[in-house]
Write a protein that binds this ligand. Structure first.
Ligand SMILES: Nc1ncnc2c1ncn2[C@@H]1O[C@H](COP(=O)(O)OP(=O)(O)O)[C@@H](O)[C@H]1O
Ligand SMILES: [Mg+2]
Length: 448
């Protein structure tokens, strides 16, 4: 008896410890089996209570009337598949005639309460089939990226979505992006995560950080160029435009469209060039963009500001085909920053908004995309830095949170891949001056 009590106490203690420290393990060990049983047992009654059943068919009603048997029950949507994932359950159901995906979308909150799960999201898989993705616990409380992701060249796993799937930043699909958020909302950590993911890839990174380089200078070993003042930023942007124009010349030379050129060899961007001619793609990271777009009023500064904004607009308009991608971070990004800003914003397809202080800032990211996303952005709590709403131009949006990448980890990754840093001849003047070599890579006598 005593042994049983001790065993029970140990298992309960272990479960509580796991739940606190390793929610994913707790879910797989204890939560998922219980939730599976709960969903299967309650399925019919929950669907009925949530209004997701339909009345029996006329044929069955007539048969019941003719044979005098009891009236058949309403029809419950059929379960096609129920599977357990690292973060929750996935339930695929066949809709009944007369239902649409919106019925399920509208009931997600009711389903969440009825099944006792943390979150439920519905999406249509194909005509007649919806998938209910349910999360068993709050996956964004402590973000842990899965070990295996579907990453690729310029497709980076940057954050976890609310439904437990990975959120990717795919530069080839969405070349330029805007990232808005109040101070201390997690913008720089997001950018750091991007750098840490880009570091092992064959890309050049260019940093523009007018906060004297405090965020990006520590990552300098992996940066091909770094600008820490508006003057440098202007020179870097203009050098990038020069590079872009040269790349267009190369593409033009390679096109040689004639009747016998096979379709797949005609190219309008760098990805169609033969490998030996293909220039290395460049990702330009801009922290605190307002520093570039504001001017104190003197004529000279005004002129510099206009040139910077013009260069940025040209880069985002034409950069994609030349393999130049721009990632802009700022606290606000609206017309109060002056001429050309709204035009620049319109070219930044990817939108991410961290916590903001007012609706106007959220509008800068999402007003022209999705009003729901504005509301979701305003509701991000202050005690969860790194939480953001990510949207795209198609009107869809999701809540995401980046893992907490410390500056130390990002620096280590950048140092480990310093040998991959490409030399960009146009930007040679801005190659960051490197500090002392890290102690561990010095010969022992020197380090001592
Ligand atoms: N994903 C995250 N998880 C946990 N803490 C975070 C996360 N992102 C940011 N933080 C915390 O918030 C603080 C501010 O983040 P930071 O990126 O510097 O904000 P911003 O650049 O928007 O001012 C960081 O020091 C960090 O401690
Ligand atoms: Mg910052």
């Amino acid at each position: 008896m005593v042994a049983w009590t001790i065993a029970g106490a140990v298992v309960t203690g272990l479960a509580l410890l796991l739940r606190w420290q390793r929610p994913a393990w707790y879910w797989l060990a204890f939560g998922a089996p219980l939730a599976l049983v709960r969903v299967l047992v309650r399925y019919g009654s929950v669907m009925d209570a949530c209004g997701l059943t339909v009345p029996p068919s006329r044929l069955r009603l007539t048969l019941a009337r003719v044979t005098g048997s009891t009236v058949p029950n309403s029809r419950v949507p059929r379960i096609l598949r129920l599977s357990v994932t690292r973060t929750g359950l996935v339930l695929r159901v066949k809709m009944r005639p007369g239902q649409d995906a919106f019925d399920y979308l509208a009931s997600t909150d009711r389903l969440r309460h009825s099944f006792g799960l943390h979150g439920v999201a519905a999406c249509e898989i194909r005509a007649g089939v919806v998938e209910l993705r349910m999360t068993g616990y709050d996956v964004l409380r402590r973000v842990q990226m899965p070990a295996r992701t579907d990453a690729g060249l310029l497709r980076l796993p940057v954050a976890l979505r609310e439904d437990g799937t990975v959120h990717y930043r795919d530069y080839r699909q969405v070349p330029h992006a805007l990232n808005i958020g109040a101070t201390q909302s997690g913008k720089s950590v997001y950018q750091r995560q991007l750098v840490a993911e880009l570091a092992p890839q064959p890309v050049a990174l260019v940093g523009i950080d007018c906060k004297q380089g405090v965020e990006l200078a520590p990552l300098a070993r992996r940066l091909s160029a770094l600008a820490a003042t508006p003057d440098d930023a202007l020179a870097v942007l203009e050098a990038l435009i020069e590079r872009m124009e040269e790349i267009y010349q190369t593409i033009r030379r390679e096109q040689r469209v004639s009747a016998d050129t096979p379709d797949e060899e005609i190219t309008a961007d760098i990805w169609g060039l033969p490998e030996h001619l293909r220039p290395v793609p460049v990702v330009v990271l801009i922290d605190e963009v307002a520093e570039l777009a504001l001017s104190a009023g003197s004529k000279e500064e005004e002129k510099r500001r206009d040139r910077i904004v013009t260069a940025l607009v040209r880069l985002v308009q034409l950069g994609r085909a030349a393999g130049i991608y721009v990632e802009v971070c700022g606290q606000r990004f609206g017309s109060e920053l002056g001429k050309g800003i709204t035009m620049l914003r319109a070219q930044l397809t990817g939108r991410t908004a961290h916590r903001v202080n007012d609706e106007a800032s959220a509008n800068m990211a999402f007003a022209d995309i999705s009003p729901d996303a504005v509301l979701a952005t305003v509701q991000i709590p202050a005690d969860r830095p790194g939480t953001a709403v990510a949207g795209d131009s198609s009107g869809g949006w999701v809540r995401i949170r980046t893992p907490h990448t410390s500056l130390r980890r990002a620096v280590n990754v950048c140092n480990a891949h310093a040998d991959l840093t490409p030399e960009l001849p146009e930007l040679a003047d801005f190659r960051p001056a490197l500090g002392p070599v890290p102690v561990e890579s010095l010969p022992v006598a020197e380090a001592a």
